[in-house]
Design a binder for this molecule. Sequence first.
Ligand code: PLP
Length: 388
Amino acid sequence: MFSSRFTRWNLHPNRISQAVQERRRSGQELLDLTCTNPTRAGLAPGDPLPEAPPFSRMYRPLPRGLRPAREAVAATYRRQGIDVDPDHVVLTASTSEAYSWLFKLLSDPGDRVLVPAPSYPLFEFLAGMEMVEPAPYALVYEDGWRIDLPALLAQLVENPRALVLVHPNNPTGSYVKREEWKAIAAACGEFDVPVISDEVFLSYTLEEKDDRAGSLAAADACLTFSLGGLSKEAGLPQMKLGWIVVAGPARLRDRALARLDLVADTYLSIGTPVQEQAEALLEYGGSRKAMIHTRVRENYRTLLRIAAGEPSVTVLQAEGGWSAIVRVPAVMEEEDRVVQLVLRDGVLVQPGFFYDMATGVHLVVSLLTDPGDFSAGLHRLIRSMGEA
Ligand SMILES: Cc1ncc(COP(=O)(O)O)c(C=O)c1O
């Protein structure tokens, strides 16, 4: 009766969520170091949100969205020194929806799209919902993360329908470097592979370095779609507004926009009120962004400090984003370790395998966590390593 999509996924609760339920049922405390919701963990908008304009009586079903909202998005790029034409901006309800529209635009069922590994677990679902195969390309860690460029360049020749760059990536926190982008852009231009650049965490730097590429919203060597949204840009996921900036050689860009119009026109999924408030929300989001940025930087420093006291754990270098990865001794399976942390130590983290980390035992923590819980949870985690 149901689509074959669902045969790929196990719909039953996993061992970790069962352990969480068990711990909660027992009434014992559980410190959650996995919260990535910017309206929780003490980060709920405190000040009044911008006053809503009078209820919109008129409906203007424009596929790319209302012009003032697109101008407000373009202005955020102008502030980074990037000239974006509002006519090249397509509004969406979220970044996740942007992915689904782009997979519809670029691929047919069974086609492959290249996605980073390790990366964000939702790709499996975002691609799977469109019947597209996510094909991993490797990020490798030696003194910091980098793309395995020779391997990726070889994969680009094999006719993938798109290359997804997550810039910076979740959970590795690694930015695409300028040198990497130069090689990738040239290959994508040559082999006609469109690039989807997920830049939702772009401004959340954890350490400053000058080797990284900026936003790819002004790319000209190949067709490029840069994604952003209020969810991270303003810490307001509940507003449901994201965007795609289409860039690249003019003829390809315009053909892509014409087809995206058809996709967007089919759904018209973004409410008028949030479009009318986009400029005000982006402005208001500036202070939220600053508050979140301070939180993630402070938690990252706390993590480095606490981990420095335990030689058996290593914090992998994170350059940006809202997550960090801790490598711990491989004396037990990742899943067993996470279950033990929940049931015995009362601390919840995510296992590296959720993010397709293939080797070693890694635990992923959210830097958005309430600082008190974060520090207490890390102390428990570190203590637990000693007790193995
Ligand atoms: C890398 C990355 N892209 C996109 C998203 C989804 O963002 P949105 O809320 O706009 O769908 C997330 C959510 O955590 C993410 O980690």
